[in-house]
Design a protein around this ligand. Structure first.
Ligand code: CA
Length: 651
């Protein structure tokens, strides 16, 4: 087949700017369109089922301008499955699902034609999105659909466990603590970020009885939903209706829904729908003509090629509109070029200005595209209003991610405070900070996604159980709470993982012959581990209710004052002041504005520390998350491994 040597010129000559690729209804007609400029023929195959020998008919598409192929049927085709067959060089034929398909059959092999609007739950149009004016106002909670409710203690009925529908169940409890939806409300987070819910490849949807698990970072059909999260994976409409119910329920409860999107690579390479639709166009290639692997997953997509860029933008707009999503989290976002990222931000803004957009400012390998064009964290000033996971504050708080024994600020590292202070100041320039310049990278605080636990790597509690194993449990609990407090009281957008608020662990059974120790007993990469490892154990909420209550108080505090959610670097510089304690690790800072003043003292030591207050304060949040209105105006005690928030008594 003809190989493209100059993609830029090829796009100028061939790119198509319509957003009508795929299947559309017009009056009584059904129109199919796809783009493949070098194909010598394209056929539409209609089927009765999502798999098996049940073809209804095959029709040729007609080539119209700019590489677009077209066929229309003079009827409204509904509840029918379809594929395209692309022919190249008059001899090679590939049959594949349509990359633009918006619904699909079992395991995503065939597209499915449906009226998606007809699957809206009753009341869909009357439930608005919760408004989030600025990313700093958001508190994001990362959840995997299955982990959320697969535990028998979740209180979710058997048939809904591990499914979209689990998110719609009210009033569930384990003993006396709320679980699932009620837990989300009780904790007070503003957004749920769902690990991949688009159709991914590695769980066999036709075997719901089989023990299977995956995070889902293996994309198959970007505009379709994952069938294994539906109570009926064989019904292509059920997953759509049920996901809409999930979104509507969360919206009704004031919680936004963020979708984790993985446009940076496809699970299959030569066998992917993209490659079969147009070989060597949608993926980046190395100079030797082989697929590059910037994702570490076997390939990387080419956002710098116009038709993949448009694919991404149209896909995101479709998902945002059809499912009323409130934002997107981009996996390995640095593999996308900056121009694409800005284009997406602009296009999403045009649809709704309050959608969140953030991602990982790193790659999983080396990309052939030059690093100054890619959305790396260090290029952040070129794509404002797009957040980036703050690995600086993460590692400063809990220690390096890739060495389990490495300690962080909360577990005794006395050199971590320089980087931590940058994080407290929203990773934007601050007049008092000169050290750790690499941790000062944000254009505005809304770019800093502050976290110390996510689905990748050890949970915070597991990390502490390794690197702080010489401390007793009580001290490790204090470290955990301090870590949570630092995430939630830093400037920027805080991010927590499901269960972080009650010491989530990912237990692992060491394999035969493996040494049993603190490292082998927990899982740091549980992408396909069983529920035993991944499920959130609701009994742990009951056991660690003090930790949960503390996180809940932190969230309430953060929401109580805009001083914890400053929106610009100028505001951070003006309102945030670090006090001189004569000891870098003993961090004391104030937040002052609009007549209010908070003083926050952070003691990472195992002995108590004292501060001299120069104004009259009360304790707004103590080490247990409680308030004490008793006025203090001189010596105040900061207990070991804790953070105390004082609020000035005005007048
Ligand atoms: Ca799937």
């Amino acid at each position: 087949m003809y190989k493209i040597t100059d993609y830029h010129q090829f796009d100028i000559d061939n790119a198509y700017d319509g957003d009508d690729l795929g299947v559309r209804y017009y009056d009584g007609k059904t129109v199919f369109k796809t783009w493949s400029p070098l194909a010598t023929a394209v056929y539409l195959n209609l089927y009765l089922g999502g798999e098996g020998e049940n073809r209804l008919e095959t029709l040729p598409l007609e080539r119209i301008d700019r590489g677009v192929w077209y066929v229309e049927l003079l009827r409204r085709v509904e509840r029918v499955y379809y594929t395209f067959t692309f022919e190249f060089d008059y001899n090679t034929r590939y049959e594949t699902a349509d990359i633009y398909a918006r619904a699909c059959g079992i395991n995503g092999r065939r597209g499915y034609i449906a009226d998606l609007k007809s699957l809206d739950p009753p009341g869909w149009d009357s439930v608005p999105r919760p408004v989030c004016e600025n990313a700093c106002d958001a508190i994001v909670y990362e959840c995997h659909i299955r982990d959320f409710s697969s535990d028998p203690d979740s209180g979710i009925p058997d048939e809904d466990r591990g499914k979209f529908t689990a998110f719609t169940k009210k009033g569930t409890k384990y003993k006396n603590v709320s679980t699932c939806l009620d837990h989300l409300k009780e904790l007070g987070i503003t957004h749920v970020q769902l690990l991949p819910v688009f159709d991914y490849a590695t769980v066999d949807e036709s075997r719901p009885d089989k023990a299977q698990y995956n995070w889902g970072y293996d994309p198959l059909n970007y505009n379709c939903l994952e069938g294994s999260y539906s109570t009926d994976p064989f019904d292509p409409e059920a997953r759509i209706a049920q996901f809409k119910q999930l979104v509507m329920t969360l919206h009704k409860n004031g919680i936004g829904v963020i979708m984790d999107v993985v446009y940076n690579h496809t699970y299959f390479t030569e066998e992917s729908a993209f490659h079969k639709s147009f070989p060597y166009y949608y993926h980046r290639l190395n100079k030797d003509g082989k697929f590059s692997n910037g994702s570490g997953c076997g390939n990387e997509t080419a956002s710098d090629h116009i038709m993949y860029r448009r694919f991404m933008v149209n896909s995101l707009k479709f998902l945002a509109e059809e499912y009323k999503l409130d934002g997107f989290r981009f996996d390995l976002m640095a593999l996308h070029d900056i121009e694409t990222v800005n284009y997406i931000r602009d296009e999403l803004d045009r649809y709704c200005p309050h959608l969140l957009m953030y991602g990982e400012g790193w790659t999983g390998g080396e990309s052939p595209l030059s690093s100054d064009r890619l959305a790396y964290k260090w290029n952040s000033y070129q794509f404002a209003r797009v957040g980036l996971f703050n690995d600086n504050i993460r590692d400063a708080i809990k220690g390096g991610t890739f060495n389990p024994y490495d300690i962080g600020y909360v577990s005794g590292n006395r050199n971590a405070f320089h980087t931590l202070k940058r994080g407290i100041a929203g990773s934007v320039p601050h007049r008092q900070l000169n050290d750790a310049p690499e941790a000062c990278w944000a254009f505005e605080p809304d770019q800093a996604v502050n976290y110390c636990e996510a689905h990748d790597n050890h949970t915070l509690w597991d990390k502490l159980s390794i690197c702080a194993k010489h401390f007793d449990r009580q001290d490790r609990v204090k470290m955990d709470k301090l870590a949570g407090a630092l995430v939630l009281l830093s400037q920027g957008m805080p991010f927590l993982q499901l269960g972080q608020d009650f010491l989530r662990s990912k237990p692992r059974i060491p394999t035969n012959g493996e040494e049993v120790n603190e490292v082998t007993l927990v899982d740091h990469n549980s992408y396909n581990s069983p529920d035993y490892t991944n499920s959130v154990k609701w009994a742990e909420k009951a056991e660690n209710i003090d930790v949960f209550n503390y996180y809940r108080s932190l969230i309430k505090l953060r929401k109580s004052s805009p001083l914890f959610r400053l929106r610009t670097k100028e505001e951070v510089d003006a309102c945030l002041n670090f006090e001189d304690t004569g000891d870098g690790s003993f961090i004391v800072f104030t937040l002052e504005g609009n007549g209010d003043k908070f003083l926050i003292a952070v003691n990472p030591y195992t002995e108590e520390r004292h501060i001299e207050l120069r104004e009259k304060y009360y304790i707004r949040l103590n080490e247990e998350g409680k308030m004490n209105k008793f006025p203090i105006s001189s010596n105040a005690v900061i207990p070991p491994i804790s953070l105390i928030v004082f609020k000035r008594i005005n007048g």
